[in-house]
Design a protein around this ligand. Structure first.
Ligand SMILES: NC(=O)C[C@H](N)C(=O)O
Length: 327
């Protein structure tokens, strides 16, 4: 296969070094990261680099993701066999899902990062970047959407979550598992079907405000009373299979009349239900009151999807249909 692999860096621990004032901060660019990876010369592929952002991933926003998605598509149009994005791990799952929804091209798009910074004992960044480049070169990684490669595991963007603060094995796809592994440098993948949903990386995403609230026992919805004034949409990380306390129902229902309210779950795995429970605050009650079920999408990914939909002024039916693809 001809062409090149484009490596685009966004910052994150993979690109951090100790600062004079203490702690590590983003310092390295894409060139430095590629230079730190042993074994790339043997791959016989041209690697191009671009340092698009140098930020800790908690400080990335939707405007950055629009810029990234645009650059990824430009690289593919210019003949890249695959694109690798290096990124902080805190929000890697949101960026990967954003790219999954906005980059419909066949070429693999692989996002990676590091849990240990380059100056630590045993940094995982070089190994992760090597594995990501190998996946980007794999014909089996074509046409299956954006992937996250960490710790020699290959995860689908719509499933993956960070579920540990410090482990190098922090990434899981709850209920689904990795869709492949990098074995002795060689990607072994089982395919996944794309959802078929593509949305534009519209710059208006920066103007859309979608709130995300996690529900807890005894919650009366006080935080949500002004949600319709403050936000264009809301995601509720509900209890269990998509439930809230009965006391919260009137508040949630009021907001759902004003703005789209998506019901997800705080459990970390599984789909919200639709038909089982009939008590006040149950999923049936909330869906009857106009909330939109998130399917298997977790709260953070639901927020990404709702933001992209609201940016293009999707109507209520289109919003429901989009989320229905993740059931
Ligand atoms: N491991 C990491 O990359 C975490 C870092 N705080 C970030 O997301 O930028």
């Amino acid at each position: 296969m001809t062409g090149h692999v484009a490596v685009i860096s966004m910052g994150g621990t993979i690109a951090m070094a100790p600062s004079a004032s203490g702690g590590i901060v983003p310092s390295l660019g894409a060139d430095d990261l590629v230079a730190s990876v042993p074994g790339l010369a043997e791959l016989d592929v041209k690697i191009t680099t671009e340092s698009l952002r140098s930020l800790p991933s908690p400080s990335l926003g939707f405007a950055d993701l629009v810029a990234l998605s645009t650059r990824v598509r430009q690289e593919i149009a210019a003949g890249a066999v695959g694109v690798v994005v290096t990124h902080g791990t805190d929000t890697i799952e949101e960026t990967a899902f954003f790219l999954d929804l906005t980059v419909p091209d066949d070429a693999p798009v692989v996002v990676t990062g590091a849990m240990r910074h380059p100056h630590s004992a045993g940094p995982d960044g070089p190994a992760n970047l090597y594995a990501a480049i190998r996946v980007a070169l794999s014909p089996d990684a074509r046409r299956i959407g954006t992937l996250v490669v960490m710790s020699d595991e290959i995860h689908g963007a719509r499933f993956v979550r960070k579920n540990h603060t410090s482990s190098t094995g922090a990434f899981v796809s709850p209920g689904f598992g990795p869709i492949g592994f990098v074995v002795e440098g060689d990607p072994r993948l089982r395919g996944i079907a794309r959802t078929g949903l593509t949305l534009p990386a519209d710059p208006r995403v920066s103007d859309v405000r979608v709130g995300l609230v996690t529900v807890a026992m005894g919650d009366d919805g006080a935080l949500l009373r002004r949600a319709g004034d403050l936000f264009d949409g809301l995601v509720i990380a509900g209890l269990g299979a998509g439930h809230v306390p009965a006391a919260m129902v009137p508040v949630v229902a009021d907001q759902a009349v004003r703005i789209p309210v998506v019901l997800s779950t705080r459990t970390g795995a599984g789909s919200v239900l639709r038909h089982t429970y009939g008590y006040p605050g149950s999923e049936r009650d909330l869906l009857d009151r106009g909330l939109i079920q998130s399917g298997f999408l977790d709260p953070a990914k639901s927020r990404v999807l709702l933001t992209l939909l609201l940016a293009v002024e999707a109507n209520p039916t289109a919003i429901v249909e989009a989320f229905d693809r993740f059931r």
